[in-house]
Design a protein around this ligand. Sequence first.
Ligand SMILES: [Zn+2]
Length: 361
Amino acid sequence: MTRFIAPVCCAALFAGGSAASANAQAAAAQVHVDAARAAVAAAPKTPNATLHTFKALFDQACAKPMLPDQMRTNDRSAVVPRKDWFAFPANVFDNLYFIGTKTAGVWAINTPEGVIVIDANFHYSSKELVMGLLNFGIEPENIKYVLVTHAHDDRYWGAKALQDTYPNARIGMSAADWDLVAKDNSPAQFKPKRDLVIADGQKITLGDVTVTAYVTPGHTPGTLSFIIEPLWNKKSIASDEGRHVAAIWGGTDPSIGRQGVQYYPDGQTMMRTHIASLRRFIDLGEKAGVDTVLTPTLAHGNMVEKLRQWRIRNPDHSAIAEVSVKFEGEPHPFVSTEAVDRFNKVLLECYEAQLAWRTGS
Ligand SMILES: [Zn+2]
């Protein structure tokens, strides 16, 4: 009989140890989730406190994952009716325009030397989105750069239409994400031809505006994040008139692979990659004096509400001067260094929680 005792004993011990380890990791994850939750909202008397709330970011980034991580496989090549995605453009800084959809942040920076567009959305929407610039007297033919944060369908499929329509526009992506474009299972008619390869730290300057691109792997192997400076708020008479600096974190949620390509061998590697990139980008943002967050997914930066508030104050949003009277004495709704810090905190703590959950699995 005794010869059976050892295996039973060890199996029980192993199971007990594994459960204890999983519990410890769940507890570690909870500490990070709690820290993220504490950073979601501003203190009540903070200016524009309700606008600088990151609940949607928290809800998505801190959601407990289904493990093991699976590649997303949904096919988004069908044309979505315009009424389901169209959103009015808005002139949110003197030289920055929102030209995105109901859910996607697509941004255009206007300078005397041309226009920089960030992200290109889907094949069915991109041309109409950039036509939104005409509302403000800006010709889409002036687009010099389309900088794509990462090689996912909702970011780059529209770049093909822009490349075909505006031959002077250079399409920019990191080398790693251009490689994804070549490899993924997207329909060939949505793939732009490889154009500008953006290196880490590369500066794209038009007029007085510089967009500095950083390669921040995580969401994809070559996701680009951007620091944009300056954004001007000189025409407005909001209380924080002047020069501002914006950051765009290029890809938020854990993504082990998509569109038929696996990026990382496992979820831990994916999250460690995310965290290292985010820590670096936060540090770069602090050095650059970032006071404004713009997000590729509008909900993550509470952008839908910020844009709504901007439009309420600006029913004719083609004329910023008319709007701005109503902002007299109020801070610009997009600007807050306090909010930038909390945005980063929510994201980083949620990523740490995601890693803890995966370490315990
Ligand atoms: Zn994406």
